[in-house]
Design a protein around this ligand. Structure first.
Ligand code: GTP
Length: 267
C-alpha cells in the first residue's frame, strides 16, 4: 500500500482541522445547503492537487465529474492567479514554465497548463454518472505511471441525480443501494491508484422530508465507512463559511472559518 497523500486547502486552520489535508485512499464528503461553497471547494482542490508536494499539492491531475453543470474554467483561472506568489513561482518551476508572477504570458501558460490537467466529464443522469466513475478508473490507470497521475476525483454533486430519480420512500432502499455501490467503486479506485475522492452532497431543506433535519445530508450520511471523512459547510456572514469536521474516525471534531473570495478559498 502506498503512503497516504495529503491534499492541502492552503488554509492553515482548515488543514489543521483535517489533520494536514484531504487524504488519498479515502472519500471526503462535503455537505451543506445551496451556496455553502461545495462547488468552490472542489474547484480549489482541482487546482491545489496540481501544486508541488512541498507546496501542499500532490503533483497530480484531477478528474471532475460534473452532474449539475457547475464546473467553471474561469473560476479555475481566478484560483490559479490567486495562489500565493511563492506557490505560483514554485509551480512554474515545477512545470518548466519560464517566468514569474509578474509575467503575464507565463501566468497565462500556467493557467492553461492547470486547466489541461483537469478532466471534466458531465454526468447526465445517475447511470451515466456511474459509467463516468468507470471511465475515471480507466483514466487513472492510463496516467498511473506518468509524471501527472490522477490524484483527486471530484464528484459534484454525488447525490443530485439519485435524489431526482429515486423519489419517495418506496424507492429509498434502491437509491441507497445504487449509491452505496457507486461509492464502493470509488473507494476501490481510491485505493488502487492512491487517489483522493471528494464528493458533495446537499442537505435537506424540506422540513417534512424523511431526512428533515437540515444538518443531515441527503440520503443520510453516505456509507458508514471508516475511510470516509464528512465535512459540513455552513454559511456565515457574507463570504464566510464554517467548515465543520463531523465524526472523523481519527481526528477530533472541530470547526474552521474560511472565506470565498475572488482569488479562491482563503483564511
Ligand atoms: P449548490 O451547488 O447550489 O448546492 O451550492 P454550493 O454549495 O456548491 O455553492 P457554491 O460552491 O456554488 O458556492 C456559491 C458561493 O460561492 C456564492 O454564494 C458566492 O459567494 C461564491 N462564489 C462563487 N463564484 C464566485 C466567484 O467567482 N467569485 C467570488 N468572489 N465568489 C464566488
Amino acid at each position: 500500500r502506498e503512503q497516504i497523500g495529503k491534499l492541502s486547502l492552503l488554509i492553515d486552520t482548515a488543514d489543521t482541522l483535517l489533520g494536514g489535508g484531504i487524504e488519498t485512499q479515502s472519500i471526503t464528503e462535503f455537505y451543506g445547503e445551496f451556496g455553502s461553497g461545495k462547488s468552490q471547494i472542489t474547484h480549489q482542490l482541482c487546482v491545489n492537487v496540481q501544486l508541488p508536494k512541498d507546496n501542499g499539492g500532490l503533483h497530480g491531475r484531477a478528474i471532475f465529474i460534473d452532474t449539475e453543470d457547475t464546473f467553471r474554467p474561469d473560476r479555475i483561472d481566478d484560483m490559479v492567479r490567486g495562489l500565493p506568489d511563492e506557490v505560483i513561482q514554485a509551480t512554474m518551476i515545477d512545470r518548466g514554465i519560464d517566468g514569474d508572477v509578474d509575467d503575464a504570458a507565463a501566468l497565462n501558460e500556467l493557467v492553461d497548463h492547470v486547466l489541461n490537467h483537469i478532466h471534466v466529464a458531465k454526468g447526465f443522469n445517475s447511470a451515466h454518472q456511474i459509467l463516468l466513475s468507470e471511465k475515471a478508473r480507466e483514466l487513472a490507470g492510463k496516467y498511473a505511471d506518468t509524471e501527472w497521475p490522477v490524484q483527486v476525483i471530484c464528484v459534484d454533486s454525488l447525490t443530485a441525480h439519485f435524489r431526482a430519480e429515486y423519489i419517495g420512500r418506496g424507492k429509498l432502499a434502491e437509491r441507497q443501494q445504487k449509491l452505496n455501490k457507486h461509492l464502493h467503486d470509488l473507494i476501490q479506485l481510491a485505493n488502487l491508484h492512491n487517489t483522493a475522492i471528494v464528493v458533495t452532497n446537499q442537505v435537506s431543506s424540506n422540513p417534512d422530508s424523511f431526512f428533515g433535519d437540515p444538518t443531515q445530508p441527503i440520503g443520510g450520511h453516505i456509507l458508514g465507512h471508516s475511510s470516509t471523512v464528512r465535512i459540513y459547510l455552513r454559511k456565515s456572514k457574507g463570504n464566510k463559511r464554517i467548515v465543520r469536521l463531523v465524526d472523523a474516525p481519527n481526528l477530533p471534531d472541530g470547526e474552521a472559518v474560511i472565506r470565498i473570495v475572488e482569488p479562491g478559498l482563503k483564511s
